[in-house]
Design a protein around this ligand. Structure first.
Ligand SMILES: [Fe+2]
Length: 143
């Protein structure tokens, strides 16, 4: 086993959950509010209970080591930016989740906000998981 294998295993375990985010985003406007609540709750639980703790461990333990080995403090800057974006969008999703819990039905504004946040989370969370390579150029373009 290589030194990075545990991290690779953890990343592999995250992939199916990112697909749950995609299912929730795609379901907005196509399923009833009860079914969508369940998808949003599952998405939020994954983000809060698994992905953000994973990102926190990377920030505290992995990234300082990578920076030291590479002699480049900025080496993990784009990944840290993605982590902060996931945190912010997760908080926004929680707010939308609370609105949905009180709603009898969607309006267009709520549906648009849900799509924006969920698709944003798919992109940003893919950057903190095995799909990281796909978004390297996007992250780099943001400067
Ligand atoms: Fe990661």
């Amino acid at each position: 086993m290589t030194l990075t294998q545990p991290l690779r295993d953890e990343h592999a375990a995250l992939v199916p959950h990112i697909d749950v985010l995609a299912s929730a985003a795609d379901a907005v406007g196509l399923v009833g509010i009860v079914e969508l609540r369940a998808l949003i709750d599952a998405s939020h639980a994954f983000l809060s209970d698994q992905l953000l703790p994973h990102a926190d461990v990377e920030e505290r333990a992995l990234y300082p080591a990578v920076q030291q080995v590479l002699g480049a403090p900025e080496a993990t800057a784009t990944m840290s930016r993605d982590h902060r974006e996931v945190q912010a969008l997760t908080e926004e999703l929680d707010g939308l989740r609370r609105r949905i819990a009180r709603a009898d039905a969607f309006d267009d504004q709520l549906a648009s906000a849900l799509r924006r946040v969920l698709y944003g989370l798919i992109i940003s969370s893919s950057c903190t998981s095995p799909r990281k390579r796909r978004c390297t150029s996007r992250s780099s373009m943001r400067g």
